[in-house]
Write a new protein. Sequence first.
Length: 595
Amino acid sequence: MLKRTSLRMRLTVLMICLTALPVVTVTWLAAGNTRSSVEKEIVRADTSRMLWADQYMNELIEQIDILFYTLQIDQELMRGLGNIDNPDPVVQYQTQELLRDKLTSAFHANSRKVDDLTLYMQAYRKAFTVNYTTSGLIRTFDIAANEPWSRISRGPVNMYFKQTPDGTYAYHGINRFEDRALIGGISVRIDREVWQEVGRILRSEPDSLVYVLNDEGELLSGSSELPDDARLTELLRGPAPAFADMEFERTDRYFVFQKRIGDGQLAVIKAVPLSSVSRSARPTIEAGIWTGALFAAASALLSVLVSLGISRPIVRLARTMRTTPVQGFESTSVISRDEIGLLERGYNSMMERIRQLIEDEYEREIEVKDAQLLALQAQINPHFLNNTLHMIGGMALKKKAPEIYEVTRVIGDLLRYAIGSEDRTVPIADELTHTRNYLFIQERRFAGRCTIELDADPAALEGRLPKFTLQPIVENAFEHGLQRKPGSWRLAIRIRRIGGRIVMLVLDEGAGMQADELSRIRAELRSAGGARRLGASGEGGGAACRACGRAEARTRHRASQRRRAAEAAIRRALRHSRLERSGAGNAGSDRRAGG
């Protein structure tokens, strides 16, 4: 069934799946990660707010504690308490003024946090109160009948907080050091702005719950309504946090944060509903979902357009090939019945025809190349050149110039090697002899500057290779490496047989080549080598034709080089002959100039 389905439909469905599914998956993962990130951010932010509230309330406790002890250690104030009921009206008045001044001064020094200050005297059952409306009210007071005050009568207590109908108070008992008997007590009413500030610090979410508890677990000012969550209610009614570090817990409905304040005088519990977390993450998640849906739709649309663009030429080619079949073509490996199957049938037929054309064209190019090479060789008369060189050599001997004779002999050997044999391959020994003759000329040309090292394995000299394989490489070393370098030169040639291969190594100490230029040449050589192999195997018409063209161009280039080398050698030989006849005095310098 799949083989009968249109290629266009298969490609469209595949591209939609490959583009839309990743978008949907990433969107789904991003939504989960967004919710997790929002939860972590809320926990981190509320943790910071809890620590902020802890610092604020610790400062409150410390300030109240300083107020209590400032009054308790005031010796003048403590002595004045004993004269509150002195029968002498003057002393009694002075004592009241002293109490009023001391308490009023302490009250106004802490008026930003407290709005009522009361000093209780146990011996007289009286209390002295200072606030914004009264500045020294003395009244009879029984702490046994007042539940918030009664705790100081049960034993020494440093500080505790109590909630009353008119506000939240902090209490402190004053006991005699020797027997810890109760002397009196101090109370302050905390300003409502303090608890409102605590609420502003902690209520980062509108529906979050904040509870401030005293050391007995009683709710104080600024606390939220009791929740309907069983676990949160259990935490509120249970013992206060045992450790000063903040505790975090996640229930079914809340994120719960607990923190003990000071030495346990207060505790703060904050509950953030999970619905608030979802509500905070919802805009980001919805934006991500809409963005993912938009990208998924765009991916599907682009997939359809791209698949149509890809399949349309294939379908058109398949239709064209189906209307123009090749007679006698037999399909043996085509199995599918879609557009690709039609393309395979036409492609096999086309490749068969191209392969035949390549073989015919390749053979024709080889014949043309051989004919051109023979024509080039026929342009030079070997006998004429040899006779000319022998004549020059004889003239050199007659003029007593054996060096010129050696040069003409070597040039003759070079010419005979270049045009003498019709074989495409020659023994390595012959190629090495030809290279030695070339090096002989170069040594005379650059007398005293060039050192040649030649090391050939006798076992390697029995092999064969194409003509002019080694000598052009050596010539390149002179032309592109050594001539650019001043001073002395060194050239080494090594030939070895390694297994079934023969390795030729040419080393020089020339100017070298830039790394990018070397990489470019190697890439061209690899490309040319691949093209020659492709053309030789008959795979790919264009590549084969290009390989043949390059082979012909290289053949013409080498033939042109040989012809120019021969002409240059003849000119140098004739010039040496003329210079020799011009006189022995200037022969040496003229020969160096000619070289």
